[in-house]
Ligand binder design. Structure first.
Ligand code: MRU
Length: 354
Protein backbone atom coordinates (compact mmCIF):
# COMPACT_ATOMS: atom_id res chain seq x y z
CA UNK A 1 0.00 0.00 0.00
CA UNK A 2 1.33 3.43 -0.91
CA UNK A 3 0.11 6.78 0.36
CA UNK A 4 0.01 9.43 -2.33
CA UNK A 5 1.08 12.01 0.26
CA UNK A 6 4.14 10.80 2.14
CA UNK A 7 3.43 13.08 5.14
CA UNK A 8 2.36 10.78 7.95
CA UNK A 9 0.39 12.14 10.92
CA UNK A 10 -0.31 9.62 13.66
CA UNK A 11 -2.95 11.80 15.38
CA UNK A 12 -5.44 13.96 13.47
CA UNK A 13 -8.03 16.30 15.00
CA UNK A 14 -10.96 16.36 12.58
CA UNK A 15 -14.75 16.86 12.85
CA UNK A 16 -14.70 17.17 16.64
CA UNK A 17 -13.00 13.79 17.04
CA UNK A 18 -9.50 12.34 17.02
CA UNK A 19 -8.45 10.07 14.18
CA UNK A 20 -5.53 7.77 14.91
CA UNK A 21 -3.59 5.79 12.34
CA UNK A 22 -4.12 2.21 13.51
CA UNK A 23 -0.47 1.24 14.00
CA UNK A 24 -1.41 -2.37 14.72
CA UNK A 25 -2.53 -2.65 11.05
CA UNK A 26 0.53 -1.08 9.33
CA UNK A 27 1.91 -2.22 6.87
CA UNK A 28 -1.00 -4.46 5.85
CA UNK A 29 -3.58 -1.72 5.85
CA UNK A 30 -3.70 2.06 6.32
CA UNK A 31 -6.76 2.57 8.49
CA UNK A 32 -7.92 5.38 10.75
CA UNK A 33 -9.65 4.75 14.07
CA UNK A 34 -11.99 7.52 15.16
CA UNK A 35 -11.94 8.32 18.88
CA UNK A 36 -14.75 10.32 20.53
CA UNK A 37 -14.39 9.34 24.18
CA UNK A 38 -11.53 9.47 26.67
CA UNK A 39 -11.88 5.81 27.69
CA UNK A 40 -11.52 4.82 24.03
CA UNK A 41 -8.38 6.97 23.88
CA UNK A 42 -6.99 5.19 26.95
CA UNK A 43 -7.69 1.83 25.28
CA UNK A 44 -6.04 2.99 22.04
CA UNK A 45 -2.87 3.92 23.94
CA UNK A 46 -2.85 0.69 25.94
CA UNK A 47 -3.38 -1.53 22.89
CA UNK A 48 -0.80 0.46 20.91
CA UNK A 49 -3.12 1.66 18.15
CA UNK A 50 -1.16 4.81 18.90
CA UNK A 51 2.37 4.32 20.26
CA UNK A 52 5.75 6.02 20.54
CA UNK A 53 6.51 8.41 23.40
CA UNK A 54 5.66 11.81 21.84
CA UNK A 55 2.61 10.42 19.97
CA UNK A 56 1.07 9.02 23.13
CA UNK A 57 1.68 12.40 24.79
CA UNK A 58 -0.26 14.12 22.00
CA UNK A 59 -3.00 11.45 22.12
CA UNK A 60 -3.32 11.76 25.91
CA UNK A 61 -3.65 15.55 25.67
CA UNK A 62 -6.57 15.08 23.26
CA UNK A 63 -7.88 12.40 25.63
CA UNK A 64 -7.94 15.04 28.38
CA UNK A 65 -10.08 17.28 26.19
CA UNK A 66 -12.43 14.43 25.22
CA UNK A 67 -12.78 13.63 28.93
CA UNK A 68 -13.47 17.29 29.73
CA UNK A 69 -16.19 17.30 27.08
CA UNK A 70 -17.88 14.33 28.73
CA UNK A 71 -18.05 15.93 32.20
CA UNK A 72 -21.57 17.26 32.53
CA UNK A 73 -21.30 20.08 35.03
CA UNK A 74 -20.69 23.79 34.99
CA UNK A 75 -19.35 23.83 38.56
CA UNK A 76 -15.62 24.41 38.46
CA UNK A 77 -14.72 22.32 41.55
CA UNK A 78 -16.79 19.35 40.48
CA UNK A 79 -15.38 19.64 36.96
CA UNK A 80 -11.75 19.67 38.18
CA UNK A 81 -12.35 16.67 40.45
CA UNK A 82 -13.81 14.71 37.53
CA UNK A 83 -10.97 15.86 35.26
CA UNK A 84 -8.46 14.44 37.77
CA UNK A 85 -10.17 11.07 37.29
CA UNK A 86 -9.68 11.33 33.53
CA UNK A 87 -6.00 12.09 34.16
CA UNK A 88 -5.68 9.04 36.44
CA UNK A 89 -7.23 6.80 33.78
CA UNK A 90 -4.95 8.09 31.02
CA UNK A 91 -1.83 7.89 33.22
CA UNK A 92 -2.58 4.22 33.91
CA UNK A 93 -2.21 3.24 30.24
CA UNK A 94 1.57 2.91 29.80
CA UNK A 95 4.21 3.54 32.49
CA UNK A 96 7.54 4.14 30.76
CA UNK A 97 7.25 7.05 28.32
CA UNK A 98 7.42 10.23 30.36
CA UNK A 99 5.82 12.30 27.56
CA UNK A 100 2.45 10.80 28.49
CA UNK A 101 2.71 12.09 32.07
CA UNK A 102 4.20 15.38 30.92
CA UNK A 103 1.31 16.08 28.51
CA UNK A 104 -1.35 15.16 31.09
CA UNK A 105 0.31 17.37 33.73
CA UNK A 106 0.45 20.24 31.26
CA UNK A 107 -3.27 19.86 30.55
CA UNK A 108 -4.11 19.70 34.28
CA UNK A 109 -2.02 22.82 34.92
CA UNK A 110 -3.90 24.68 32.18
CA UNK A 111 -7.21 23.57 33.70
CA UNK A 112 -6.27 24.73 37.21
CA UNK A 113 -4.81 28.03 36.05
CA UNK A 114 -7.64 28.97 33.68
CA UNK A 115 -9.96 31.41 35.35
CA UNK A 116 -13.41 31.54 33.79
CA UNK A 117 -16.18 29.12 33.04
CA UNK A 118 -15.95 25.37 32.68
CA UNK A 119 -16.52 25.90 28.97
CA UNK A 120 -13.47 28.18 28.89
CA UNK A 121 -11.42 25.38 30.49
CA UNK A 122 -12.68 22.85 27.92
CA UNK A 123 -11.68 25.22 25.13
CA UNK A 124 -8.25 25.75 26.69
CA UNK A 125 -7.72 21.98 26.91
CA UNK A 126 -8.40 21.54 23.20
CA UNK A 127 -6.01 24.39 22.43
CA UNK A 128 -3.39 22.79 24.67
CA UNK A 129 -3.64 19.46 22.85
CA UNK A 130 -3.32 21.24 19.52
CA UNK A 131 -0.36 23.26 20.77
CA UNK A 132 1.42 20.14 22.04
CA UNK A 133 0.89 18.54 18.64
CA UNK A 134 2.18 21.51 16.63
CA UNK A 135 5.15 21.99 18.98
CA UNK A 136 6.07 18.32 18.70
CA UNK A 137 6.12 18.47 14.91
CA UNK A 138 8.39 21.54 14.99
CA UNK A 139 10.52 19.92 17.70
CA UNK A 140 11.05 16.81 15.59
CA UNK A 141 12.10 18.88 12.59
CA UNK A 142 14.63 20.70 14.78
CA UNK A 143 15.90 17.39 16.21
CA UNK A 144 16.34 16.07 12.68
CA UNK A 145 18.33 19.09 11.60
CA UNK A 146 20.43 19.13 14.80
CA UNK A 147 21.24 15.51 14.12
CA UNK A 148 23.23 16.61 11.07
CA UNK A 149 25.67 18.41 13.41
CA UNK A 150 26.11 15.29 15.54
CA UNK A 151 26.59 12.64 12.84
CA UNK A 152 30.15 11.69 11.88
CA UNK A 153 31.57 13.92 9.13
CA UNK A 154 33.29 10.94 7.55
CA UNK A 155 32.28 9.37 5.33
CA UNK A 156 30.10 12.13 3.88
CA UNK A 157 27.39 9.64 3.02
CA UNK A 158 26.37 7.44 5.91
CA UNK A 159 24.58 4.24 6.67
CA UNK A 160 22.54 4.56 9.87
CA UNK A 161 21.06 1.82 12.02
CA UNK A 162 17.90 2.40 14.04
CA UNK A 163 15.81 0.33 16.44
CA UNK A 164 12.04 0.21 16.92
CA UNK A 165 10.13 3.08 15.33
CA UNK A 166 10.94 6.63 16.35
CA UNK A 167 9.40 8.07 13.23
CA UNK A 168 6.41 10.16 12.18
CA UNK A 169 4.13 7.42 13.47
CA UNK A 170 5.69 7.70 16.94
CA UNK A 171 5.43 11.50 17.10
CA UNK A 172 3.25 14.32 15.78
CA UNK A 173 5.19 13.91 12.51
CA UNK A 174 8.72 13.67 11.04
CA UNK A 175 10.07 11.63 13.97
CA UNK A 176 13.04 11.85 16.31
CA UNK A 177 15.55 9.16 15.27
CA UNK A 178 13.81 8.96 11.89
CA UNK A 179 13.78 12.77 11.90
CA UNK A 180 17.60 12.58 11.84
CA UNK A 181 17.33 9.99 9.06
CA UNK A 182 14.93 12.22 7.09
CA UNK A 183 17.14 15.30 7.45
CA UNK A 184 20.24 13.30 6.48
CA UNK A 185 18.41 11.94 3.43
CA UNK A 186 17.25 15.42 2.40
CA UNK A 187 20.82 16.73 2.65
CA UNK A 188 22.32 13.88 0.64
CA UNK A 189 24.16 12.55 3.71
CA UNK A 190 22.45 9.15 3.84
CA UNK A 191 22.89 6.11 1.67
CA UNK A 192 20.75 3.63 3.58
CA UNK A 193 18.96 2.92 6.84
CA UNK A 194 19.25 -0.42 8.55
CA UNK A 195 16.12 -1.12 10.61
CA UNK A 196 16.26 -3.68 13.41
CA UNK A 197 13.05 -5.71 13.18
CA UNK A 198 12.58 -5.10 16.96
CA UNK A 199 11.21 -8.23 18.58
CA UNK A 200 8.66 -8.89 19.89
CA UNK A 201 6.24 -6.38 18.33
CA UNK A 202 8.30 -5.75 15.19
CA UNK A 203 7.97 -1.96 15.10
CA UNK A 204 11.16 -1.77 13.02
CA UNK A 205 10.11 -4.35 10.43
CA UNK A 206 6.56 -3.08 10.18
CA UNK A 207 6.56 0.65 10.93
CA UNK A 208 10.08 1.98 10.26
CA UNK A 209 10.37 -0.02 7.05
CA UNK A 210 6.93 1.24 5.96
CA UNK A 211 7.77 4.89 6.70
CA UNK A 212 11.06 4.70 4.80
CA UNK A 213 9.48 2.89 1.85
CA UNK A 214 6.78 5.60 1.64
CA UNK A 215 9.48 8.20 1.04
CA UNK A 216 11.85 6.17 -1.06
CA UNK A 217 14.54 6.13 1.65
CA UNK A 218 16.60 2.96 1.04
CA UNK A 219 15.93 0.64 3.98
CA UNK A 220 17.28 -2.79 4.89
CA UNK A 221 15.48 -4.75 7.60
CA UNK A 222 17.63 -7.03 9.74
CA UNK A 223 16.76 -9.15 12.76
CA UNK A 224 17.95 -7.69 16.06
CA UNK A 225 20.64 -10.34 16.42
CA UNK A 226 22.32 -9.31 13.13
CA UNK A 227 23.46 -5.86 14.28
CA UNK A 228 26.86 -7.01 15.61
CA UNK A 229 27.63 -8.89 12.41
CA UNK A 230 26.67 -5.87 10.27
CA UNK A 231 28.90 -3.60 12.37
CA UNK A 232 31.82 -6.02 12.13
CA UNK A 233 31.43 -5.92 8.36
CA UNK A 234 31.65 -2.12 8.46
CA UNK A 235 28.11 -1.69 7.17
CA UNK A 236 26.99 0.77 9.89
CA UNK A 237 28.48 4.23 10.47
CA UNK A 238 26.26 5.30 13.37
CA UNK A 239 23.26 4.19 15.40
CA UNK A 240 20.35 6.59 16.08
CA UNK A 241 17.49 5.61 18.37
CA UNK A 242 14.62 7.39 20.11
CA UNK A 243 13.85 7.46 23.83
CA UNK A 244 10.91 6.96 26.15
CA UNK A 245 12.48 8.50 29.23
CA UNK A 246 15.93 9.96 29.88
CA UNK A 247 17.18 10.38 33.45
CA UNK A 248 19.13 13.50 34.49
CA UNK A 249 22.47 11.67 34.07
CA UNK A 250 21.63 10.58 30.50
CA UNK A 251 20.63 6.97 31.22
CA UNK A 252 18.02 6.29 28.55
CA UNK A 253 14.99 4.00 28.50
CA UNK A 254 13.98 2.93 25.01
CA UNK A 255 12.53 -0.14 23.31
CA UNK A 256 13.84 -3.48 24.57
CA UNK A 257 17.02 -4.37 22.70
CA UNK A 258 18.38 -0.81 22.65
CA UNK A 259 20.81 -1.59 25.50
CA UNK A 260 22.33 -4.59 23.72
CA UNK A 261 22.59 -2.53 20.54
CA UNK A 262 24.51 0.17 22.44
CA UNK A 263 26.91 -2.44 23.85
CA UNK A 264 27.50 -3.88 20.41
CA UNK A 265 28.05 -0.39 18.97
CA UNK A 266 30.62 0.39 21.70
CA UNK A 267 32.46 -2.86 20.93
CA UNK A 268 32.74 -1.86 17.27
CA UNK A 269 33.51 1.86 17.78
CA UNK A 270 30.25 2.84 16.13
CA UNK A 271 28.83 6.08 17.65
CA UNK A 272 25.49 5.61 19.37
CA UNK A 273 23.07 8.58 19.40
CA UNK A 274 19.77 9.15 21.17
CA UNK A 275 17.36 11.60 19.49
CA UNK A 276 14.59 12.93 21.72
CA UNK A 277 12.66 16.07 22.66
CA UNK A 278 13.53 17.82 25.92
CA UNK A 279 10.10 16.75 27.22
CA UNK A 280 11.47 13.17 27.32
CA UNK A 281 14.03 14.11 29.98
CA UNK A 282 12.88 13.32 33.51
CA UNK A 283 14.99 15.55 35.77
CA UNK A 284 13.26 14.05 38.81
CA UNK A 285 15.29 10.88 38.26
CA UNK A 286 19.01 11.13 38.94
CA UNK A 287 19.70 7.92 37.00
CA UNK A 288 17.94 5.24 35.00
CA UNK A 289 17.35 2.81 37.88
CA UNK A 290 14.13 4.61 38.79
CA UNK A 291 12.57 4.39 35.33
CA UNK A 292 9.46 2.18 35.45
CA UNK A 293 9.70 -0.58 32.87
CA UNK A 294 6.46 -1.79 31.32
CA UNK A 295 5.90 -5.54 31.15
CA UNK A 296 3.57 -6.68 28.42
CA UNK A 297 1.55 -9.77 27.68
CA UNK A 298 3.53 -13.02 27.18
CA UNK A 299 1.61 -13.71 23.97
CA UNK A 300 3.79 -11.04 22.33
CA UNK A 301 6.60 -13.62 22.70
CA UNK A 302 4.72 -16.89 22.40
CA UNK A 303 2.83 -15.94 19.26
CA UNK A 304 3.54 -14.40 15.90
CA UNK A 305 0.19 -13.02 14.87
CA UNK A 306 -2.31 -15.75 15.66
CA UNK A 307 0.30 -18.52 15.36
CA UNK A 308 1.64 -19.99 18.61
CA UNK A 309 5.39 -20.58 18.21
CA UNK A 310 6.35 -22.03 21.62
CA UNK A 311 5.30 -25.19 23.49
CA UNK A 312 1.87 -24.56 25.01
CA UNK A 313 2.76 -26.05 28.41
CA UNK A 314 5.82 -25.96 30.70
CA UNK A 315 7.21 -22.63 29.45
CA UNK A 316 7.42 -19.28 31.28
CA UNK A 317 7.86 -15.84 29.76
CA UNK A 318 9.35 -12.50 30.70
CA UNK A 319 8.41 -9.62 28.42
CA UNK A 320 9.86 -6.23 29.47
CA UNK A 321 8.98 -3.71 26.76
CA UNK A 322 11.91 -1.36 27.45
CA UNK A 323 15.47 -1.41 28.74
CA UNK A 324 17.82 1.26 30.04
CA UNK A 325 21.01 2.12 28.18
CA UNK A 326 23.66 3.51 30.56
CA UNK A 327 24.79 7.05 29.72
CA UNK A 328 28.41 5.98 29.18
CA UNK A 329 27.39 4.07 26.05
CA UNK A 330 25.75 7.16 24.53
CA UNK A 331 27.84 9.50 22.37
CA UNK A 332 25.30 12.34 22.47
CA UNK A 333 21.65 13.18 22.95
CA UNK A 334 20.18 15.11 20.04
CA UNK A 335 17.40 17.50 21.12
CA UNK A 336 15.49 20.38 19.53
CA UNK A 337 17.76 22.78 21.41
CA UNK A 338 21.08 21.27 20.49
CA UNK A 339 23.26 18.23 20.94
CA UNK A 340 24.31 17.32 24.49
CA UNK A 341 26.87 14.89 25.85
CA UNK A 342 24.96 12.92 28.52
CA UNK A 343 27.03 14.54 31.29
CA UNK A 344 25.99 18.00 30.04
CA UNK A 345 22.28 17.18 29.95
CA UNK A 346 21.64 19.20 33.13
CA UNK A 347 22.49 22.32 31.11
CA UNK A 348 19.31 21.75 29.10
CA UNK A 349 17.10 21.89 32.20
CA UNK A 350 16.12 25.53 31.88
CA UNK A 351 15.35 24.94 28.16
CA UNK A 352 12.82 22.21 28.99
CA UNK A 353 9.20 22.99 28.01
CA UNK A 354 6.84 23.39 31.00
O1 MRU B 1 6.32 0.36 22.74
P1 MRU B 1 6.45 1.51 21.77
O2 MRU B 1 6.30 1.10 20.36
O3 MRU B 1 5.56 2.67 22.15
O4 MRU B 1 7.94 1.99 21.98
C1 MRU B 1 8.42 3.06 21.22
C2 MRU B 1 9.85 3.35 21.43
O5 MRU B 1 10.53 2.71 22.20
C3 MRU B 1 10.39 4.53 20.70
O6 MRU B 1 11.73 4.33 20.35
C4 MRU B 1 10.29 5.76 21.62
O7 MRU B 1 8.99 5.89 22.13
C5 MRU B 1 10.67 7.00 20.92
S1 MRU B 1 9.47 7.48 19.73
C6 MRU B 1 9.97 8.96 19.05
Amino acid sequence: MNLSNSQVYSVIWHNDAVSLIDQTRIPYEYALVEIHRCDDMARAIKTMIVRGAPAIGVAAAYGMYLGAREIKTDKRDVFLTELEKVAVMLRATRPTAVNLFWAISRSMKVAYEMLGTVDDIRKALLETAQAIQVEDLQTCQAIGDNGLKALPANPHQLTLLTHCNAGALATAGYGTALGVVRSAWREGRLTRVFADETRPRLQGAKLTAWECAQEGIPVTVITDSMAAHCMKQGLIHAVVVGADRIAANGDTANKIGTYSLALVAKAHNVPFFVAAPLSTIDFDLTNGSGIPIEERDPTEISQIGETIITPTIGVDYYNPAFDVTPAELIEAIITENGVFAPKDLVKSKELQPV
